[in-house]
Design a protein around this ligand. Structure first.
Ligand code: RB5
Length: 147
């Protein structure tokens, strides 16, 4: 069975989202597109919230969010418990976001990254396993913050 994955962006991330959606489909993922669906200006928190909540509810194990810098989407998605949205800007941050942080939402800044780097980040993030152990203990600490 194909793995389900959800992807969303604002207008600033729309073009990169379209590219990554196609790449994911070619990699045999069952891709849910949460929007946006054109370059009209929208508010990134609406998409960030939807993607994060659908992951937290268990409908998807992981997802991808894209905006201009990736910062707004990171802020929005990380408000949802059990979502670990990680803004990655190169191969190493993509790898460590999985090994150390068990990232379940990859966040990208379309205005920051070239397409080649974005594709490398995607592939690295998709294929790197979480390390567990002491890293899990630290993630458990994060879930308790503010409660
Ligand atoms: C939209 O203008 C822009 O603010 C958004 O794409 C993102 O960069 C926010 O962090």
């Amino acid at each position: 069975m194909k793995e389900k994955i959800i992807i969303g962006s604002d207008h600033g991330g729309f073009a990169l989202k379209e590219t990554l959606r196609q790449v994911l489909a070619e990699k045999d993922f069952d891709v849910c597109d949460a929007g946006c669906f054109d370059t009209s200006s929208i508010h990134y928190p609406t998409i960030g919230q939807e993607v994060a909540e659908r992951i937290a509810e268990g409908e998807f194990a992981r997802g991808i969010l894209i905006c201009g810098t990736g910062i707004g989407m990171s802020l929005a998605a990380n408000r949802v418990s059990n979502v670990r949205a990680t803004l990655c800007h190169d191969h190493l941050t993509a790898k460590l976001s999985r090994e150390h942080n068990n990232s379940n939402v990859l966040v990208l800044g379309a205005r920051i990254l070239g397409e080649e780097t974005a594709l490398d980040i995607l592939q690295t993030w998709l294929s790197t396993e979480f390390g567990g152990g002491r890293h899990q203990e630290r993630l458990d600490m994060i879930e308790k913050i503010g409660k």
